[in-house]
Design a protein around this ligand. Sequence first.
Ligand SMILES: [Zn+2]
Length: 213
Amino acid sequence: MAVKLIELAGCFFPNACLSCGNRIAVSEFLCDSCKCLIKGPIPYELSVDGLPVRSYWWYEPPVSDVIRAYKFGKRWRLSKLIAGWLLNLLDQSLPGAGRDYAIISVPTTIQALRERGFDTNSLVLRKLRRMANYRVINAITVAKSVLPQASLTKEERKAAAEGKFSLRIKNLPKKVILFDDVITTGSTIRSCAKLLESAGVEDLKIFSVARTK
Ligand SMILES: [Zn+2]
């Protein structure tokens, strides 16, 4: 019955794959061919700016199309799909031990918050908590507003990231997973990692949904 209703809805509200544009069911975001291109998690750690990072998949279509639609196209429902990728990554990277860690996300800058209307990482973690009961702590805040990351060179990003974040709470758990949706140069994640380690975090793991090549 539910399947028939979805098929019927598809006649009135045609839905297209976010990556290739093929027609798909209304409840879907990607077509089967695009889904097959995502083979995550990447089965090894990557060194990003000297830090070991585990990522679900590469920041390339169709993953990059999904993340862009989520962040810049106000497609909030994609938070569930992205949280599902993160959950898969956590389950496979830390089998049985994931719940020992508290998860803290890199916050959205004030400027991006104004443009997007929501904290993209925080919404993904809220979905993750609902799906799998992970402990999520809202610990990092943006200390000062900077220019959008996309307009900066690698060196400028590094400089901008210094002193950009501060801690909202003082007593942090010893075991923490730091999460960002996409990792590019690693400068943002390095700033947050330094901050957490200076606050007494002893076992820090870094996870992202996507990573640039
Ligand atoms: Zn497709």
